[in-house]
Ligand binder design. Sequence first.
Ligand code: ADP
Ligand code: MG
Length: 343
Amino acid sequence: MNHERTEISTLGEFGLIDHLTKNNEIKNASTIVSVGDDAAVLDHLGKQIVVTTDMLVEGIHFDMMYTPLKHLGYKSVIVNLSDVYAMNAMPQQITMSIAFSNRFSVEALDEFYEGVYAACNRYNVDLIGGDTTSSQKGFIISVTAIGEVAPDKFVKRSGAKINDLICVSGDLGAAFLGLTILEREKKIFLETKGVQPNLENQDYIIGRFLKPEARKDIIEFFATNEIIPTSMIDISDGLSSELLHICRQSEKGCVLYEEKIPVNDMARQFAYKLEIDPTACALSGGEDYELLFTINQKDYDKIVAKSDITVVGHITEKDAGALLITKGGNKHKLTAQGWNAFV
Ligand code: ADP
Ligand code: MG
């Protein structure tokens, strides 16, 4: 490990930007002018453009006590790419703006950018600019992602139709459990200095929280199989909150089956150990960055064999409301917190 500390002041602002972007390589034909001028120039040649931006603030969105800088750089790109994929679009470019205090060294920013470049390389996205400034307290990250989509093939939250199938990618709830372990160990560490964290070999759930992936593969699967979901959203706040967004914006109701909700086995076992309901983790946990989407029933044959896509329910008329059918066969009204037991 490199324990040197280079003060940012030895480079200055422009020197720092140069340093952070000196190995930046362009991968996409749509990127005409990248870092180094007053603005980037893009040419998306007949495609439609989607733009999304997200801000991450230390102490609100991440805790530096248990978030390695490289993971933070990676995740701050991923959360934005996930929003682009959720429009059925392919991200091409990002900008990265950062504000940091003098607590940060050049080496710390290098680590952060290692994660940024790792995500850009993995998802074939160009870093085309950003901004660099100081903050009195805390690290602030703002990423904008730009993606392209064939004309009118973008997918909104509002297109779900009655009898459409509700589908999710991957598994849900694990990221919340990962966060729960990290928070628990932080608390123990602060109360009893010197105690080494006990992460209980829960690599899967901790990885799901610290180093999420965006579902590029699912968007590619849609393209190959000529599927256009009728509505889509990425799962950043938990399944119930996202499904309610789709229902509200589509002016529909839904039926969600608890027994269909995909939860990883290790995550489920660990939830039981902590005496947390795994379904509650999936419904309200958040940060899974999976995709929630609806498809016409005629497309069922195309997704049935895909192990990474699970049908969890169907769309109903608005007046039927948003319902969760539990494993015991009870009907509950779905709420953003999970479900309301008093129906
Ligand atoms: P300006 O004064 O026009 O805002 P800057 O000096 O802030 O220009 O930025 C110079 C170039 O470096 C621009 O292309 C900008 O997009 C890019 N840039 C600035 N900060 C970052 C960063 N943290 N990461 C990547 N590119 C950056
Ligand atoms: Mg600037």
